[in-house]
Design a protein around this ligand. Structure first.
Ligand SMILES: Nc1ncnc2c1ncn2[C@@H]1O[C@H](COP(=O)(O)OP(=O)(O)OP(=O)(O)O)[C@@H](O)[C@H]1O
Ligand SMILES: [Mg+2]
Length: 539
């Protein structure tokens, strides 16, 4: 693939003066700690952590860096890298290998690809130009409008929120820090016992930490000392914010932790909505599914709060985004990916940002190890599979029965359409008559890709994994006869040719997938699918 240097979605920024700030925040959030908790665990002042994360202090003292590394449980290369960045001695943009993978094991500081944590350095953020403009555009409107970022696991939601919150990035979009306060909060910390007041308190603390207007930080500090906090207090606060010509954007990552939490009832949403209507307060939320699908009750679901958002769906990268990401990341290194490397990379990772970063990271590593083209291919395939599996399990577990059927049908079709793996919607309908709505969903989730009317699973590893599931864990489960005794009725209802085939297939399928096969057998196209399964997978 040609080396290019496009710049869409990327704002040119100065050297990474706040490199350590972003890194520390990433690691802290990764460890599930608040700034105060980290400070306490490390035995340093809360102010120290806050100053480092805001870039007020650019580097840490040696002993502080050590204490923070201890508290964050860092060891080996990750620790050495952390301390080097903390002291301002690491190469700018050096990535910290955080959670296993080849980078973790190989311990490289210079690998330009990152996949352990969300992207926090805007120079490493690629694509998403349209989404960024949509979100900023809504905030530049007189109405100061909110957005809801929706995307499946690992598609890049947190990275996008980080990018939006970066002061230099938003200044370049006309929303600079002098009038706009962007407050990022990871809502994974909202647990079963937390309620609206605690959440508001948290939001206000975070707001104070990054607000530059002393008048407002004073009010915030006074509110923090209050024993009770109610909607009137908030209203007064945001009135003051308005009067001082300031705006507040709360970036609420993983908002489903709130919408799915029974402690947050309709009043919370009415209150929040009223704050947003009457004051310069806006939200950018992120969630795995559309907010409305994630509410814990019908009353909350029907709240007008949810009407104020525009949904921004995060999907796969475009070809151009992918090219730009790889060529930009490799520029400044001595490594070049060959045409064959790129083919293999795209075959494994599709255009999914996370899987692209992971595969590129491994491929880069294999180059550094001096492996030849064929050996690189083997190295990449082996390591990629290990990295991808847990995510495949999660995607599968979060799929409905019809989505699972379509994934399986797609896997069967790919197997017969090798090496291009491409099939049409008609092919899919030939195996499952109700495929279409699920195809749309799976495409939205980034699991199916389409090009010129032809489809394929986003990764060549996904189809074989799906098919292997049907026979996996088989030996550990209850015997077929036990299962039949408990679940026999729907099986008995299917008679004739379908019934015969079904009874041939079911005993050879793991118990977890038998219900799916029965649903499939009830479809007009079920027989074709079951035959296919039998000859392709179970033979
Ligand atoms: N715009 C981007 N530019 C470069 N890499 C990206 C981008 N978006 C995502 N990635 C890659 O994908 C990985 C996952 O991104 P991120 O953590 O933001 O996803 P997420 O949707 O928030 O995931 P989760 O659902 O687990 O919270 C990043 O570590 C990075 O490797
Ligand atoms: Mg995230």
């Amino acid at each position: 693939m040609a080396v290019g240097s496009g710049s869409e979605g990327v704002v040119a920024v100065d050297p990474p003066v706040v490199a350590f700030a972003g890194l520390l925040r990433q690691l802290r959030v990764h460890a599930g700690l608040s700034q105060e908790e980290l400070a306490e665990a490390a035995g340093v002042g809360a102010r120290t952590v806050s100053d480092l994360e805001r870039g007020v202090a650019l580097t840490a003292r040696k002993d502080t860096a050590r204490l923070l590394a201890d508290a964050l449980n860092l060891s080996g290369t990750a620790r050495a890298s952390f301390e080097a960045v903390a002291r301002g001695r690491a190469a700018p943009g050096a990535s910290l290998p955080l959670d296993g993978g080849v980078a973790g094991a190989g311990g490289t500081l210079n690998n330009p690809f990152t996949y352990g944590n969300p992207i926090s350095d805007p120079r490493r953020f690629f694509g998403r130009a349209r989404e960024v403009e949509q979100i900023f555009g809504r905030l530049r409107n007189e109405e100061f409008e909110s957005s809801s970022v929706v995307g499946d696991r690992r598609i890049g939601k947190t990275s996008l929120l980080n990018y939006l919150a970066d002061p230099r990035v938003r200044a370049a979009h006309g929303l600079g820090p002098e009038r706009y306060n962007f407050v990022y909060v990871d809502l994974q910390m909202v647990d079963k016992v937390m309620g609206p007041e605690q959440l508001w308190r948290r939001l206000l603390v975070l707001m104070r930490q990054q607000c530059a207007d002393d008048g407002i930080t004073g009010i915030l500090a006074a509110l923090e000392r209050r024993e009770r906090l109610d909607t009137f207090d908030l209203d007064e606060l945001f009135q003051e914010v308005d009067d001082r010509g300031q705006h507040v954007v709360f970036l609420l990552d993983e908002f489903e932790h709130v919408t799915g939490n029974v402690n947050f009832g309709p009043d919370f949403y009415y209150g929040f909505r009223s704050m947003m209507i009457h004051h310069k307060v806006a939200l950018v939320t992120s969630s795995r599914l559309e907010l409305i699908q994630l509410c814990h009750s019908e009353t909350v679901k029907s709240s007008p709060f949810f009407n104020i958002f525009a949904n921004i769906n995060l999907r796969m990268f475009s070809d151009a985004d992918c090219q730009v990401m790889i060529s930009r990341s490799l520029s400044g290194t001595t490594v070049q990916f060959s045409e064959r490397d790129m083919e293999h990379l795209l075959d494994l990772a599709g255009l999914h940002p996370y899987f692209l970063q992971a595969a590129s990271c491994m491929l880069y590593e294999s180059h550094r190890m001096g492996l030849g083209e064929a050996a690189r291919k083997v190295f990449l395939a082996e390591h990629f599979r290990g990295e991808a599996m847990p995510h495949f399990v999660d995607y599968w577990d979060n799929s409905g029965v019809y989505e699972k059927i379509v994934l399986t049908a797609a896997a069967l079709l790919e197997r017969t359409a090798e090496p291009l793996r491409a099939f049409s919607l008609k092919d899919l309908n030939g195996l499952f008559s109700r495929a279409e709505p699920s195809v749309e969903r799976l495409e939205k989730r980034g699991l199916l890709m389409s090009r010129d009317g032809r489809y394929r699973l986003f990764s060549s590893v996904l189809g074989p994994w799906v098919l292997a599931q049907f026979t996996a864990e088989f030996s550990e489960e209850q015997s077929y006869h036990e299962w039949l005794a408990a679940n026999g009725e729907p099986v008995e209802r299917i008679t004739g040719k379908e019934g015969g085939l079904l009874r041939e297939i079911l005993p050879r399928i793991g118990a977890r997938h038998r219900q799916l096969i029965i649903t499939w057998a009830n479809d007009p196209q079920g027989l074709a699918a079951l035959s296919s399964l039998l000859t392709n997978v179970l033979a």
